[in-house]
Design a protein around this ligand. Structure first.
Ligand SMILES: Cc1ncc(COP(=O)(O)O)c(C=O)c1O
Length: 372
């Protein structure tokens, strides 16, 4: 058994830089009071910049799904009518969350192979009374990028407001929360933000608050309720959040933000695009067939069918055991049929992509054993 640590090329969590790990390992800080608050305020201002919003941002201690539940649950309330676009596994997750909050959920089921079409979304909305529409930006199960800006415009034209799962997109591809007229956006620390898992930053715009404040039946939750976060922000000057914040995770994410802004967002988006192209080209050369057409392929995740006759599960195991590289398998009907490779954050550089391609090539050359 090879005990070398696994190199994570899964679509999150991603490898974290030594500086960020070092920040995570500093002594635990008091998460309120005068020594912490100036730092915290600056941290929130930088998250606002990252989201492209002057609205609220809350670093909710949770995995990505916790942020999605806070966002969707609060925006829909207990009686709102939600529309969910489903063209991947994570669209289905939004659907499950929405159904846990309101009995009134409309589903726009769309093919997994393609992005949702804004014209179809608009025509679909015209037949329904949807107040909050939700979509996944980069569905990590398919590697398809949905056109959020255009879908937001379509929603607006039909009187609906768009909320976005940007868990695997924010920080790797543009997400302009205010400029695109979004109501809310949710992400997670462990993907393009190249930090350890544990924080789910959620942004809510003026439009989002208008929807929340005009609800007849607000969300019943407390912890994952953005109203609680706003109430403490307004009323508890010395501790402007309702719970103990995981200060180490925040210090680590703040250090990652140093790196992200030092690189520059545009340079970063370009780096992700280049990594995606490098991987795609390499995979095609080896006989893999990418799931998403290049016109709408996500710059942060690639999903691909192995060459004919090659078992996806056995290939993943060979990479893990012989090359100590972790890539992921398919979800839902794609389970056992595809591999999923992350190029998020620190993964999106030429060397890791070259390593994963080299390991795939060597595995194919040696002959992949059949699944156990
Ligand atoms: C697009 C997307 N949404 C939601 C999630 C769920 O995040 P978590 O597993 O951190 O709850 C993921 C995780 O992979 C994701 O990629």
């Amino acid at each position: 058994m090879n005990n070398r640590p696994l190199e994570l090329m899964i679509p999150g969590p991603v490898p974290v830089s030594p500086e960020v790990l070092d920040a995570m390992g500093q002594p635990v800080r008091q998460h309120y009071g005068p020594e912490w608050l100036p730092f915290y305020r600056q941290f929130i201002a930088r998250l606002q910049q990252l989201f492209g919003t002057t609205g609220s941002v809350y670093p909710i201690p949770a995995s990505g799904s916790g942020g999605l539940e806070a966002m969707l649950g609060t925006l829909i309330g207990t009686d709102g009518t939600a529309g969910i676009i489903v063209n991947g596994f994570f669209g289905n997750r939004l659907l499950n969350i929405a159904r846990a909050h309101t009995p009134h959920v409309e589903v726009l089921q769309a093919p997994y192979e393609r992005p949702a079409d804004p014209a179809d979304v608009r025509a679909w909305l015209r037949q329904r009374r949807v107040s909050v529409l939700a979509v996944v930006h980069s569905d990590t199960s398919t590697g398809v990028l949905n056109p959020v800006e255009e879908i937001a415009a379509a929603a607006r034209a039909e009187g609906a407001a768009l909320v976005v799962d940007a868990v695997s997109s924010l920080g790797g591809t543009p997400v302009l929360t205010d400029a695109w007229g979004l109501a809310a956006v949710s992400t997670a620390s462990q993907k393009c933000l190249e930090s350890p898992p544990g924080l789910a930053p959620v942004a809510v715009t003026k439009l989002g608050w208008e929807i929340i404040d005009s609800q007849r039946a607000p969300s019943r939750g407390w912890y994952l309720n953005l109203r609680s976060w706003r109430q403490y922000e307004q009323e508890w000057a010395n501790h402007p959040y309702p719970v103990t914040l995981p200060s180490n995770n925040i210090v680590a994410l703040d250090r990652a933000l140093d790196r992200i802004f030092a690189e520059g967002l545009e340079a970063r988006f370009e780096r992700h695009r280049r990594a995606a192209a490098q991987l795609r080209e390499g995979l095609e050369r080896l006989g893999f067939k990418p799931f998403a057409d290049r016109r709408w392929a996500s710059p942060t995740i690639t999903v691909a069918y192995p060459p004919p006759g090659i078992d996806a599960g056995a290939l993943i195991e060979t990479l893990r055991v012989q090359h100590r590289i972790a890539v992921a398998g398919g979800l839902e009907h794609l389970a056992g049929r595809v591999i999923r490779i992350g190029h998020l954050g620190n993964q999106a550089t030429p060397e890791p992509i070259r390593r994963v391609l080299g390991a795939l090539e060597a595995s194919l050359r040696q002959g992949v054993p059949s699944s156990p």
